[in-house]
Design a protein around this ligand. Structure first.
Ligand SMILES: NC(=O)c1ccc[n+]([C@@H]2O[C@H](COP(=O)([O-])OP(=O)(O)OC[C@H]3O[C@@H](n4cnc5c(N)ncnc54)[C@H](OP(=O)(O)O)[C@@H]3O)[C@@H](O)[C@H]2O)c1
Length: 261
């Protein structure tokens, strides 16, 4: 029987690369994001569009998540894996960022995956197998200026997943978390400014970041293991140990980086 994975945030960046990788590996993919044209183009580029089912939706619409999850489940009557990847960035200080913008960010980055888990996990437990994989970020492991809500949403997701992993210790469902470093995607361009408008420009971290196709291969391999958490970084590989062991030095270096901008 063909494996089936539901991937959110599938219209660009890491999600689009995951669609291509899982399709290449022979999986049937259900692809969700808001932009149907972009989803269609992602599916066509894989050369395996017949194995990709488009399920466009706004995941910020939290009331619709349980219905949407049921729709995804019913496409083939089961799911082997869900990859909770959809997310949005931000760029703005705490005082200038409107509360509504932070709420919108949390709806997508935290509440939407949590509601999806609540809808899918009982079904996977009943069928006796399944994997739930969330895409966090290394930004969820430390605080940074102008990224407070984004980092907090990823930190919340990280701890939620870690708690869930413990709850599922004796469950047939495996919980996994990937924390990527910077990747070459549209995350910065589509980041929300303090008034909710888009940043519309990219940054050095993204330009020099990991190739999403390589990241997708690493994520595919990781999801074949029994491990809970994988940090997947490029040049910023030392950030986490430095932050953990020498936080003072870590933040001095971050401030120098900001001063150079
Ligand atoms: N790129 C990085 O440096 C980096 C690093 C660490 C973690 N991450 C995480 O990786 C994940 C993927 O990000 P990316 O870098 O690939 O960014 P991206 O290229 O901007 O992709 C974001 C995806 O999320 C979808 N999305 C946004 N709002 C949505 C909504 N309301 N409903 C449904 N889908 C929505 C977008 O599709 P539509 O616009 O079509 O809806 C798009 O497919 C995110 O969770 C991000 O936080 C990224």
């Amino acid at each position: 029987m063909q494996h089936i994975v539901w991937i959110t945030g599938a219209s660009s960046g890491i999600g689009a690369a995951l669609v291509a990788e899982y399709a290449r590996q022979g999986w049937h993919v259900i692809a969700t994001a808001r932009r149907i044209d972009a989803l269609q183009s992602v599916a066509e580029k894989t050369g395996r569009a017949e194995n990709i089912h488009l399920l466009p939706a706004d995941l910020g619409d939290l009331e619709n998540i349980s219905t949407l999850s049921l729709q995804a489940w019913n496409i083939q009557g089961h799911l082997d894996m869900v990859i909770l990847n959809a997310g949005v960035g931000q760029w703005g200080t705490v005082t200038e960022t409107q509360t509504e913008v932070e709420d919108q960010l949390f709806d997508l980055n935290y509440h939407s995956p949590v509601r999806t888990i609540k809808a899918i996990l009982p079904k996977m437990e009943k069928q006796g197998f399944g994997r739930i994989v969330a895409i966090g970020s290394i930004a969820g492991q430390f605080g940074q200026r102008k990224l407070a809500a984004y980092s907090a949403s990823k930190a919340a997701l990280t701890i939620y997943l870690e708690s869930l992993k413990e709850e599922c210790h004796d469950s047939p469902v495996r919980i996994q978390l990937v924390s990527p470093g910077s990747a070459r995607t549209q995350i910065m361009e589509s980041s929300m400014l303090p008034d909710g408008s888009r940043l519309n420009k990219t940054g050095k971290a993204q330009e020099n970041g990991l190739d999403p196709a390589i990241l997708a291969k690493r994520i595919f391999q990781f999801t074949q293991t029994r491990r809970f958490h994988a940090v997947m970084t490029g040049s910023e590989g030392l950030a986490l140990p430095l932050h953990y062991f020498l936080p003072g030095l870590f933040y001095r270096m971050l401030r120098l980086r900001y001063a150079r901008k």
